[in-house]
Design a protein around this ligand. Structure first.
Ligand code: SF4
Length: 373
């Protein structure tokens, strides 16, 4: 769980198979009691979305190293390898890229870390996919096929999101996840908190929503009782969330989603969510100190009102998974006990705690850098 599978430098690769793409989610160290369970909950959608845009005469394979089934396959060698890169596992992604490139595959790197630090990633790839990979992947595949691969592909997130194809879930190992029904209905967030990747310099991601009936259709088609919305904030547009709930209710399934606490401004909406099958919400409270939230530029209700808002979810049978960030400037030594006490007092079903981390190219990073911290 803590060390990636060995990429033996001596192991010989198989023959290169043309029109075969391998999509890899690299390994990151896990805690058996925390992040491992979270990883097995439901797959991320990025790679399955790329798979959906791959031409039919290509074979596509998905390999998530975090499912602990060993190193990614190499016999035969894929003609094309797509690797997601996040700061947390950038080193492993580069290691994989080197291994496959040195044996003849073309390696494409994409993901958050490529967006925020393209110069760091470029030497490790044949090409970078910067921005919306769903638009870029078919172009990259076509250029690999015609041997005209360029070193960088860029796409914005301003396209009509409704037209994106449904993720190709059939490539997922179903038995490895609690549910393979990861769903995404919206993109972006009405907030732009200074520490969040959505505030990355140069990233413009207007809030976009997909057709509620299309989402309900995907949920039904995957034939599993529980779905997880992986949207950054499913509650950014309340009218949309209401329409989505109306589309989901007839399915008689259960689901969970991340929402910001301000959805509780509308008590009727919380009821509608519950009736549509919502059994859990992930809420980024971030801090119980108003000054910290102001510094982070998070538009949110006063923290003194958080407890009442949590109870609104509970009264509707919706569990609350709270997320807290520790290490803001107005935190003092008592922040740990105070936060844990609040979580217990308000009977949050689950909580996650994070150390404030300045991700490259975010406003928080720039502030810290300017202050020499
Ligand atoms: S509310 Fe959440 S998703 Fe939205 S910008 Fe803030 S941290 Fe990011």
């Amino acid at each position: 769980m803590t060390r990636p599978p060995l990429l033996d430098p001596a192991s010989r690769a198989g023959p290169l198979q043309r029109r075969y793409a391998l999509l890899i989610n690299p390994f990151y160290p896990k805690d058996p009691n925390a992040s491992f369970g979270k990883h097995m909950l439901t797959p991320t959608l990025a790679l399955t979305s790329f798979a959906a845009t791959t031409p039919e005469d290509w074979e596509v394979r998905y390999w998530d190293e975090n499912l602990l089934d060993g190193r990614p396959p190499f016999r035969p060698m894929p003609e094309l390898v797509g690797i997601t890169v996040h700061l947390t596992f950038a080193r492993r992604a580069f290691e994989l890229a080197h291994w496959y490139r040195s044996r003849g595959s073309k390696v494409i790197l994409g993901g958050l870390h490529v967006l925020s630090c393209p110069e760091e990633c470029a030497p490790h790839a044949d090409a970078l996919a910067v921005g919306d990979g769903v638009q870029l992947w078919p172009r990259i595949v076509a250029d690999v096929e015609s041997r005209q691969l360029r070193s960088k592909y860029v796409a914005t997130y301003e396209n009509n999101y409704r037209e994106d194809p449904a993720p190709r879930r059939s490539i997922l190992p179903r038995q490895s996840f609690l549910t393979t029904t990861s769903l995404i209905a919206t993109r972006g967030c009405h907030n732009r908190c200074g520490f969040c990747y959505l505030a990355t310099d140069g990233l413009r991601m207007p809030y976009r929503m997909r057709d509620p009936q299309q989402i309900a259709g995907e949920f039904e088609a995957d034939d599993q009782p529980y779905g997880v919305f992986i949207d950054n904030n499913l509650g950014s547009n309340r009218e949309y969330l209401r329409k989505l709930c109306h589309a989901l209710r007839p399915l008689n399934k259960i689901w969970s989603a991340a929402v910001s606490i301000d959805v509780t401004d509308d008590p009727g909406l919380i009821r509608t969510m519950a009736l549509a099958g919502c059994t859990g919400v992930f809420v980024g409270f971030e801090s119980l100190t108003d000054e910290n939230l102001t510094d982070a530029r998070k538009k949110t209700p006063k923290t003194a009102d958080y407890a009442r808002r949590v109870s609104m979810f509970h009264e509707n049978g919706i569990q609350v998974n709270g997320s807290f960030v520790l290490g803001f400037d107005h935190d003092r030594k008592d922040v740990f006990a105070r936060t844990a006490g609040w979580v217990e007092e308000n009977r949050l079903e689950c909580s996650t705690f994070h150390i404030l981390t300045p991700y490259p190219a975010t406003p928080l990073f720039k502030q810290m850098e300017a202050e020499g911290r």
